[in-house]
Design a protein around this ligand. Structure first.
Ligand code: NAP
Length: 423
């Protein structure tokens, strides 16, 4: 198709393809973007300038993103009368990799959520959230620099499957009676009930993605976080299936804690090997506070991942700067993790860090590592210079408050420093 929502596809770009298990990225990839509602407009304008400058600097014109606006949220509603046009979902499918700012959640029933729809239509089974500290960012913990991990949260199963029955309804009563009659399981009759499905295939593909990520990014620890001590056949099974993937598919690189303790390893992870271990979710919340540096990649079911992602992001002071992606092997949607912060809309005030760092993830996924590294380093430098937006400035003594657009300009200025080559 040459247009979606009546907007022409950029003539100078080409679609990213997926072949032989990987993205095939042309030098002019068409990347759909949704600028987002509220503060999304300022954030997107600022982020796009930084992205284009980083790509220009890294590749001197050889590569360039052909940005392609697709509509969702308020903009789609005002132009097309729908919050999520089918064309937008179709464009995400056709072009495979896309990025979005925050969207308003419309009040009222019957409205499709972009995230839920894309997750279902494209089967984006992993919610990926890197959590890393940038020196200078105010943090509530003593050693935020110890945290540098990537959380792979299962995105399609668990209590999020939406199988729930309200207390007192015939459905809830029927299910309660069925469980009693068939299995002798007693539930108080005045209960609401929900179902927590977790499958072998859903769990294994998530853990597989986490281990592959660790291998590609030279991270040597993968931790399965679960509540298997209580929920043996869902959370406990997730742990067991995770270990199975490690053993059966990555046996040449993965070592368990038990194996690592024996000779010849004696507790040292050799180069090229990955330690696979597991932690019970409640213990993990302590561990990320006290020994965050022992964790690098975390694979976890949906609900644990929901809690853990925000708790970890808060530790590095970066809830407003935390990036994220919903992805499968074949599709990826990068996004701001915060909302639209409507009271600051069009005031050129808020922190664009979440979309910028989502862009860093996106460029890594494209294989454009030099551009990704350049943006990340420029962001780190700008924060270290204490040139920050209001949210950080109010917590950083001696900092200079910049507008969203000025922050982008500061980053572009800081892109100038040499970018080390990547192995
Ligand atoms: P929010 O938009 O995340 O804003 C809450 C507060 O977080 C803001 O008032 C601001 O705090 C801070 N904040 C958020 N983004 C910031 C940024 N980029 N820079 C600096 N500070 C930032 O949450 P909300 O007010 O609950 O939600 C507003 C709308 O966004 C709702 O419609 C909600 O459904 C939607 N939402 C969308 C997404 C998404 O699209 N991914 C996610 C969450 C919420 P201070 O006022 O203290 O400075």
């Amino acid at each position: 198709m040459r247009s979606f929502n009546g907007i022409s596809v950029p003539a100078e770009g080409e679609a990213i393809e997926y072949r032989d298990g990987r993205f095939v990225v042309p030098d002019r990839p068409i990347i759909p973007f949704i600028e987002g509602d509220g503060t999304g407009r300022d954030i997107w304008a600022a982020s796009r300038r930084v992205f284009d400058a980083a790509v220009r600097q890294a590749y001197g014109g050889k590569r360039q993103v052909a940005w392609y606006e697709v509509l969702a949220g308020e903009k789609a509603f005002s132009k097309l009368g729908t919050w999520l046009p089918d064309d937008t979902v179709e464009a995400a499918r056709q072009f495979r990799i896309a990025i979005k700012g925050p969207l308003t959640t419309p009040v009222g029933g019957g409205i499709r959520s972009l995230n839920v729809t894309l997750r279902q239509v494209l089967d984006l089974y992993a919610c990926v959230r890197p959590v890393k500290y940038y020196p200078g960012v105010p943090s509530p913990v003593l050693h935020p620099e110890r945290m540098d991990l990537v959380i792979f949260r299962e995105n399609t199963e668990d209590v999020y499957a939406g199988i729930e029955f309200r207390e007192g309804t015939p459905e809830a009563q029927k299910l309660i009676a069925f469980l009693d009659r068939e299995f002798g399981k007693k539930i108080k009759p005045d209960s609401g009930v929900g179902i927590k499905p977790m499958s072998v295939s859903g769990s294994k593909r998530l853990v597989r993605m986490g281990i592959e990520y660790a291998r590609e990014h030279k991270r040597n620890r993968v931790t399965l976080v679960h509540k298997g001590n209580i929920q043996k056949f869902t959370e406990g099974a997730f742990r067991d299936w995770g270990y199975q993937v490690a053993k059966e598919e990555f046996g040449d690189v993965c070592l368990t804690e038990e194996e690592l303790a024996q000779p010849p390893y004696n507790g040292q992870i050799p180069a090229g090997k990955i330690l696979i271990n597991d932690r019970i979710a409640d213990s993990m919340f302590q561990q990320v506070l006290t020994r965050a540096d022992e964790y690098q990649v975390v694979c976890t079911p949906n609900l644990n991942g929901d809690y853990l992602s925000d708790a970890c992001a808060a530790q590095v002071g970066g809830l407003g700067m935390a990036p994220g992606a919903n992805m499968s092997r074949e599709y990826a949607f990068f996004e701001a993790t915060h909302g639209t912060a409507p009271k600051y809309a069009d005031k050129d005030m808020v922190n664009p860090g979440s979309v910028l760092l989502s862009g860093v993830m996106m460029f890594h996924t494209l294989g454009w590592h030099e551009a990704a590294d350049a943006i990340e380093q420029a962001l780190a430098r700008t924060i270290a210079q204490k040139r920050v937006t209001y949210d950080l400035e109010r917590l950083m003594p001696g900092a200079t408050r910049l507008k969203t657009s000025e922050f982008a300009s500061a980053l572009i200025e800081n892109l100038g420093a040499a970018v080390p080559a990547r192995a």
